[in-house]
Design a protein around this ligand. Sequence first.
Ligand SMILES: Cc1cc2nc3c(=O)[nH]c(=O)nc-3n(C[C@H](O)[C@H](O)[C@H](O)COP(=O)(O)OP(=O)(O)OC[C@H]3O[C@@H](n4cnc5c(N)ncnc54)[C@H](O)[C@@H]3O)c2cc1C
Length: 492
Amino acid sequence: MKNINSHRKNIRVKGEANGEYVLYWMQINRRLQYNFALEYAVAYANRIGRPLVILEGLACDYPWATSRTSTFILEGMAEHAGHLRDAVSVLYIPYPEQKSGSFDKLVRDLCSRAAILISDEYPVFIMRERNEKLEKELKIPFHTIDSNGIIPMALSDKAPYSAYVFRRMMQKMFRECWEHPPQQHPLKGLQNHGLPDLQNEVMDKRKTGLDRLESSRNIEDFVNGLSSLNNGIGSIEIKGTRKAALERLDAFTGNDLLRYDDDRNDPDKERTSRLSPWLHFGKISAFEVVKEVFAMQPKGWDIGDTRPVNGKRSGFFGGHASIESFLDEIITWRETGFHFALHTSEYDQFDSLPSWARETLSEHSYDRREHVYSYEELAEAGTHDPVWNAAQMQLREEGRIHNYLRMLWGKKVLEWTPDPQTALEYLIDLNNYYAIDGRDPNSYSGIFWIFGRFDRAWGPERQIYGKIRYMSSDSARKKIKMENYLKRYSGL
Ligand SMILES: Cc1cc2nc3c(=O)[nH]c(=O)nc-3n(C[C@H](O)[C@H](O)[C@H](O)COP(=O)(O)OP(=O)(O)OC[C@H]3O[C@@H](n4cnc5c(N)ncnc54)[C@H](O)[C@@H]3O)c2cc1C
């Protein structure tokens, strides 16, 4: 039987690997540890006896480009440059471009002499489009590797229409996937084939890239100089480094994990992991998070005791209730979004909603709206509702919204815009511009959940929502206090 990890490989362009080096382009899983794609690139370089080149870049004009996102990415790249700039067996080329097209040219120059291009498989955003485009254009072998989660995306044959459907599959596959984890330090296994002799233009770009990442001051100056970014959305307190991700994981498992189930919906208590920004940019792997979380299970708990429970939410992992609840988010909910997007090319379009949701929303499209806000009014947190404004202020200032309020935040945009299509458009823009974890398969899971994806019809049928699940700020305030939260964010 094939190793389960063979399902992580997508051979996009077949062929003989004849060039001078193996090129790994780190597009989204931007880490040197627990990374199946890097592991594959190392094994490939060893097998054909060629040097390894790792390329990590940043375009200056990607969709929803902001200083916030660019700074976060560059902080992570600077950390890699610190580890790899003087390495003798691997050539690391970091390149944040200043002029549109210049990074693209670097990719093509590097491909012109590479034996193979290996990159990250990713089901949404520019990576999906880029990989599809390169697949049509490249003359060298091109393999993409899925290092996104625990269950390889290729194991599902169609889009899961609910978390239950995915969970049922996950429960059957989990043990085997878990027993084939990524290596902690794939670069340790790299044989030394020296460094390739690259074109001057490429080496000049490498030098420029390293200079741009030399210090936080250089990063700040570089980002401030990019007129293509939305500079109104500035950098945030948390850093885009792996170091920061590991510190957050430590703090979460040490202080909050065992109270996750009871307190996760209370914004005043802040018991959730807050790991989504680093999970999004791949600075940390779901494997290592789950490993740390398993280590917190009570004595006597054993992964070998797990048995599928037909997709039920509890009973599969067992152990501590809070741990089981957290695993449902980081495995089931997170990976449902990846598998769904992979099989749904129109994952970001209104038409990808289930038919019952589209029908009920259309039937209520002309219902009278008591409040209607423009995109700018929403972005500026200028509504009549203090709870919504506080959530939007948190998003503006910190690049995140507490999960429970994020649901409410989305539901109100559906209620306060002229029609569901406009609501969808505004939500995608608000989320992807301001949220540091935006532009992710889970951005689309979360946003489309507002409109009925992965959900069911609810009664009674209401104005505007129809049969879509309803949420209100008043009931949220009755359920949870959020006094500190409101004080903190409405004062901003
Ligand atoms: C309108 C709306 C928009 C959203 N946009 C995004 C987004 O852009 N990026 C994003 O990563 N998530 C998004 N979510 C899902 C969820 O809000 C965040 O993943 C979660 O709040 C992140 O906080 P955390 O890391 O503390 O989560 P924790 O509760 O600690 O959970 C751990 C991890 O599990 C995953 N997870 C948790 N909840 C969900 C969920 N409901 N759906 C899918 N995965 C989940 C995330 O990777 C998260 O980091 C959105 C939800 C809604 C309702």
